[in-house]
Each structure stands twice: as structure tokens, then as C-alpha cells.
Design a protein around this ligand. Structure first.
Ligand SMILES: NC(=O)C1=CN([C@@H]2O[C@H](COP(=O)(O)OP(=O)(O)OC[C@H]3O[C@@H](n4cnc5c(N)ncnc54)[C@H](OP(=O)(O)O)[C@@H]3O)[C@@H](O)[C@H]2O)C=CC1
Ligand SMILES: O=C(O)CCC(=O)C(=O)O
Length: 444
């Protein structure tokens, strides 16, 4: 049996029921086969893949909190410190009722390669809780965050592990988490990113994942001799990544016609009115349905369906496995020729294979959405030097980082004879740096 198959079997046996984690490991290792086969003997001797697929540390803890009516609740908290070969663990915290250990492990595993691609010194980690922030008051969110940090603080630090936002965690939550960390430790340090601008946050971090995604799309189009102006774009989600993807796409003259949330999706043939979306989602914390209620001529549909519209470009920005094989086929049939993932692993394995086999341009999340964590690393740099850079400085650095990621991914795919296969390119380029760092540090 090949080394890859042997490790995939062990991962399945050792992580039963963790389907997203198994899916992510299989997708990465399958695409690394040519590299691994060329070094099989050494990698096997060093148990390289076994070490790479086993988190360095998993922390789980109880998160008790009391709601506004005096009722106590208990959630489960997680932090998976996956790989510190190239820097302190870095990755977001997710608050969503679907969160479980397998999901956090898949995200931490992916984060390791993504962070490697940024070219910055950050290792991979991820965390979160099965707490549902929807419908909770600000005070309930605060109490939850304080309780969560009361356990987490002993495992993190500006030079050891630096969490940030992800689904359900934005500026409000980071503020409450930071306040509690400071209270418990007495330290005023860059232990979290995505902080508010008044207490150490970086300009452009809020926009970074979405802006970075569009900078990546720009490189893909330029490389194919195409322009952005006038392209029709379908975006899913209506949170941080979807909103700032839409903003940057519109700035480049593209027309975004869809957004969604977990209840349904909207189709605005005239192009999304982003001020209205921000009002609904960032100010009122409302549902995307309210957009259609406020605007005549906009369609609202319950459930899934964003990928059924006619578009040139599809940018999934909601959650994992939100775009399946049927969606992929429908996109192709409707003329879509480019898909870039704002979310982490939003395309199922079958959908990804279809994109690659049918000749569509496809950029996986670990490359396409790396602008968020890259800008978090820029926030860490600013915190270390006790300085704040201008929006333009950070945005320019972000843009260059995305250009460099595209180059690395493109070149790695070409080097192994898979030109245009950015899944292989991203996995290989991310993997090579982690391997070099792990080898240099011995069997640890
Ligand atoms: N924030 C960041 O900097 C980065 C985020 N990402 C990834 O981008 C994706 C979106 O994150 P972000 O925008 O920050 O999160 P937000 O919480 O701001 O927004 C998430 C959006 O996705 C929708 N959504 C979440 N879960 C589901 C679900 N199970 N089914 C349908 N819709 C869902 C939400 O709808 P609803 O409100 O109804 O739940 C919401 O519209 C995630 O995959 C995240 O891991 C990747 C890199 C960096
Ligand atoms: O900014 C960060 O540290 C993490 C962002 C994140 O969670 C991600 O890239 O998926």
C-alpha cells in the first residue's frame, strides 16, 4: 500500500465520525501524491504525514454562562493547536451550533497550509464553540465570551497562539474576549487579531478576507488574459467575507447579483445595494430576507439556490460543503467559468473534481481566502512594534501578498506538470514550506 493510502487509512481509523476532517486530509494528501511518492522512503521513516495529520495539542473545555433570564447553560469550547512549525498557532474562533471537534480539526489542518502560503511566520490553529450567537443579547454574548476566555487564556499568548474571528465572531466578540484576557493576565498584548481600532486593531483587517479574495480573482483573470469589468458574480453568505468580497468586486466594476444566509438567498438583477446589506447585517443583525422586503424587483427564495443563477464567476463565502456536484454542474451549464472559495472548503470533493475536470478556473480556499489571516499577521507586526499603519499601507501589503500567493500556487502546479490545477498548486506550495520547517526542527 502506498504511504498516502496507509496514512489515510490510519486517519480514518483514529478519527471516527470526523467527516470534515477526513475529507480535508484526503483532499490534501491525494493532491500531494506526486511530491510524497518522490520522497516516500524518508517521509515514512520520519512519520511525516502521521505528525502532520495529528494536532500538536487539542484543548476542550466547559463554557458555563447565564442568560438574561437567569437560566444557566453549558457549551463546549475547543482550541486545536495544529502545527507550530513555521510560527505561533494562528487561526480563528467559530461560534456556531454545528461546531464539533472534527470541524475545528479540519479548519486547523487547512489553516496550517493556508498560513504557510501567506509567506508570513504563522502556524495553524483553530477554535470555537457550539454556542449559537443568533438571537442573543449583547450582554449574553459578553457573558459567554468572558466564560470562554476564562478557560482559553492559559493556553494562548502573543507569541504562542493568537486567535481571531471566524463564523459568528466579529469585532464585538473579539472585544469581549480581549477585555477578559487582559483582566485575567494583566497583559496588553497582541493576543487576538481583529481587534477594534481603539485598542490595537489594524485598519483593513475587517475588509481583508473579501478584498483578498477579489485580488486573487483578479490575478486568475489577468493570467487568463481576461478583465474584471462587467463580469456577473454570484456570492453566497452575507457575513464578513461576503460583504467585503461584494464591496471590492463592485469597486472593480463587477456586478454581484446574489447573497444568502442560512435561511435563504436573494437575487438582485440590478446588482446588490451594499449599504442596505450592511445596514441589515452589520447594524441590525437581521436576516437577508429583509433586503428583498425593502427593495422591489428583488427575488427572495427560502433554502439553497444561489448557484442556480446565471453568472460568470462564483464566490462561495458562507460555510463548508455548501456547493455540491449538482451546483457545480449547474454553474457550468449557466456559463460560469471561475470559482474562488472565500469560505473554508465550501465545495464538496465531487464539486472540486468537476471544476478541475471540466476546465473551469478554480482556486481553493486555503489560497483564495488567505488575505484575512495574512492581514492578521500584519496586525501582529503592528502590535509588536507598537505602531499603526494606514489603511493604504495595509491594503497594499495585502494586495502584494495575494499576488505572491497566486504566483506560488501557479508555479508549484507547473513544476509538477499540473498547470492550471490550483488545488495541487496550493497544497504543494503550502506543504513544502511546512515540511522544510518540520525537518529542520527534528522529530517533534
Ligand atoms: N472572517 C474571516 O476573516 C475569514 C473567514 N473565512 C471563512 O469564510 C466563511 C464565512 O466566514 P465569515 O464571513 O467570517 O462569517 P460570518 O459569521 O460573518 O458570516 C457567515 C455567513 O455564512 C452563513 N452561514 C454560516 N453557516 C451556514 C450554514 N451552515 N448554512 C448556510 N449559511 C451559513 C451565515 O448565515 P447566518 O447568519 O444565517 O448563519 C452568514 O451569512 C467561513 O467558512 C470562514 O471559515 C475564511 C478566512 C478568513
Ligand atoms: O485571522 C485569523 O487569524 C484567522 C482567519 C481564519 O480563521 C481563516 O483564515 O480561516
Amino acid at each position: 500500500m502506498s504511504y498516502v493510502d496507509e496514512v489515510l487509512q490510519k486517519v480514518a481509523e483514529k478519527n471516527p465520525g470526523e467527516k470534515e476532517f477526513q475529507q480535508a486530509v484526503k483532499e490534501v494528501l491525494d493532491s500531494l501524491r506526486p511530491v510524497i511518492e518522490a520522497n516516500e522512503e524518508q517521509y515514512r521513516k520520519d512519520a511525516l504525514l502521521e505528525r502532520m495529520t495529528e494536532p500538536e495539542r487539542i484543548i476542550t473545555f466547559r463554557v458555563p454562562w447565564v442568560d438574561d433570564n437567569g437560566q444557566a447553560h453549558v457549551n463546549r469550547g475547543f482550541r486545536v493547536q495544529f502545527n507550530s512549525a513555521i510560527g505561533p498557532y494562528k487561526g480563528g474562533l467559530r461560534l456556531h451550533p454545528s461546531v464539533n471537534l472534527g470541524i475545528i480539526k479540519f479548519l486547523g489542518f487547512e489553516q496550517t497550509f493556508k498560513n504557510s502560503l501567506t509567506g508570513l511566520p504563522i502556524g495553524g490553529g483553530k477554535g470555537g464553540s457550539d454556542f449559537d450567537p443568533k438571537g442573543k443579547s449583547d450582554r449574553e454574548i459578553m457573558k459567554f465570551c468572558q466564560s470562554f476566555m476564562t478557560e482559553l487564556y492559559r493556553h494562548i499568548g502573543a507569541d504562542t497562539d493568537v486567535p481571531a474571528g471566524d463564523i459568528g465572531v466579529g469585532g464585538r466578540e473579539i472585544g469581549y474576549l480581549y477585555g477578559q484576557y487582559k483582566r485575567l493576565t494583566g497583559l496588553y498584548e497582541g493576543v487576538l487579531t481583529g481587534k477594534g481600532l481603539t485598542y490595537g486593531g489594524s485598519l483593513a483587517r475587517t475588509e481583508a478576507t473579501g478584498y483578498g479574495l477579489v485580488y486573487m480573482v483578479r490575478e486568475m483573470l489577468l493570467n487568463a488574459g481576461m478583465t474584471m469589468e462587467g463580469k456577473t458574480v454570484a456570492v453566497s453568505g452575507s457575513g464578513n467575507v461576503a460583504i467585503y468580497t461584494t464591496e471590492k468586486a463592485q469597486q472593480y466594476g463587477m456586478k454581484v447579483v446574489t447573497l444568502s444566509d442560512s435561511n435563504g438567498w436573494i437575487y438582485d438583477p440590478n446588482g446588490i445595494d451594499l449599504d442596505l446589506v450592511k445596514q441589515i447585517k452589520e447594524v441590525r443583525r437581521g436576516r437577508i430576507k429583509e433586503y428583498a422586503e425593502a427593495k422591489p424587483g428583488v427575488e427572495y427564495h427560502e433554502g439553497k439556490g444561489v448557484w442556480s443563477v446565471k453568472c460568470d464567476i462564483a464566490l462561495p463565502c458562507a460555510t463548508q460543503n455548501e456547493l455540491d456536484l449538482e451546483d457545480a454542474k449547474q454553474l457550468k451549464a449557466n456559463g460560469c467559468f471561475l470559482v474562488a472559495e472565500g469560505a473554508n472548503m465550501p465545495s464538496t470533493r465531487e464539486a472540486t473534481d468537476f471544476f478541475l475536470e471540466s476546465g473551469m478556473m478554480f482556486m481553493p480556499g486555503k489560497a483564495a481566502n488567505a488575505g484575512g489571516v495574512a492581514t492578521s499577521a500584519l496586525e501582529m507586526s503592528q502590535n509588536s512594534e507598537r505602531l499603526s499603519w494606514t489603511f493604504e499601507e495595509v491594503d497594499e501589503k495585502l494586495h502584494n501578498i495575494m499576488i505572491n500567493i497566486f504566483k506560488k500556487v501557479d508555479e508549484a502546479a507547473k513544476k509538477y506538470g499540473y498547470e492550471g490545477n490550483y488545488v495541487m498548486g496550493a497544497n504543494i506550495a503550502g506543504f513544502e514550506k511546512v515540511v522544510e520547517a518540520m525537518n529542520a526542527q527534528g522529530i517533534v
